[in-house]
Design a binder for this molecule. Structure first.
Ligand code: PMP
Length: 288
């Protein structure tokens, strides 16, 4: 049996969930989205995701055609209809069907759809032993081109960096901004630890304002760990004691090698492991 997909106000069978080939989300990547986790049947940080979706939409002058409450209700309805207990929700708002021209204002109705499904996670081995990354040569979008804080349907910039990672036989790439400072990974935020202090690039360095990033900063505070948001260079990554990424799918994952340089002791460090454990407890409402 296929999934039930929520599309423009109705739950329909997966096979019937269709959008127009004239949808500008497809023709131009003109739209916004969120990726949200479900843990034990509870939708993780839903309010924060909805806030971010509305901000992304506002930044590209896309009107979300529903109230916040209706949207929240629809996400919950989709999760329940698919009996998702542990999984992932994709919430998408596209500009809608228009003409072949660029003009977004000819698209009369934006399209909203919601998919609630299982999630493909990184292998457990990556969490145990840490993962390797490379520095991408693809520079993160300039904030005056497409602000990286907009979670838009146009991920080509990140996809090009992801291809570099895969060509280098690693799972993730670190992207730098036009000034050479660390921005983020292709689908995750970046953190390092040096001399007991946690550092992460400010969002203005070209990162998405990650929901997981915000939770991890809060959890670190509760553990009396110092978190400093400041610009980081490639050198900072090369000489740090610990390195980890955060994201909805990845949660908290240690990085043990970058561009052939071993990070710290070559395995996920103590602060990374502590934050991963705290994140698990927070997300699942219980210890692992
Ligand atoms: N940066 C990018 C480019 C992303 O796509 C994501 C989400 N996958 C993140 C960072 C992490 O954000 P979040 O914790 O909200 O998933």
């Amino acid at each position: 049996m296929g999934l039930k997909i929520w599309i423009d106000g109705k739950l329909v069978d997966e096979a019937d969930a269709k959008i127009s080939v004239f949808d500008h989300g497809l023709l131009y990547g003109d739209g916004v989205f969120e990726g949200i986790r479900v843990y034990n049947g509870k939708i993780f940080e839903l309010e924060a995701h909805i806030d971010r979706l509305y901000k992304s939409a506002k930044a590209i002058r896309l009107a979300v055609p529903m109230s916040r409450d209706k949207l929240i209700g629809s996400v919950k309805e989709t999760v329940q209809a698919n009996n998702v207990v542990g999984g992932y929700v994709r919430l998408v708002v596209t500009r809608g069907a228009g003409t072949l021209g660029l003009n977004p204002f000819v698209c009369e109705n934006s399209t909203v759809f919601i998919i609630a499904d299982n999630i493909q996670l990184y292998p457990e081995e990556f969490y145990e032993n840490g993962m390797k990354v490379i520095s991408a040569t693809t520079v993160r979008n300039h904030p005056l081109a497409l602000p990286p804080q907009v979670k838009s349907l146009n991920y080509l910039n990140n996809i090009l960096a992801k291809i570099e990672a895969l060509d280098g036989n690693v799972a993730e790439a670190i992207m730098y901004n036009h000034e050479g400072y660390v921005a983020e990974a292709t689908g995750d935020n970046v953190f390092i630890v040096k001399d007991g202090v946690i550092y992460t690039p400010p969002v203005e360095a070209g990162a998405l304002s990650g929901i997981t990033r915000a939770v991890v900063i809060r959890l670190a505070g509760q553990e009396n760990l110092q978190v400093v948001e400041r610009n980081l260079t490639k050198f900072d990554l090369y000489v740090c004691d610990e390195f980890f990424l955060t994201g909805t799918a990845a949660e908290v994952i240690g990085v043990v090698e970058i561009d052939g340089r071993v990070v710290g002791e070559g395995k996920p460090g103590p602060i990374t492991r502590l934050l991963r454990k705290e994140f698990y407890s927070y997300a699942h409402g219980k210890e692992k």
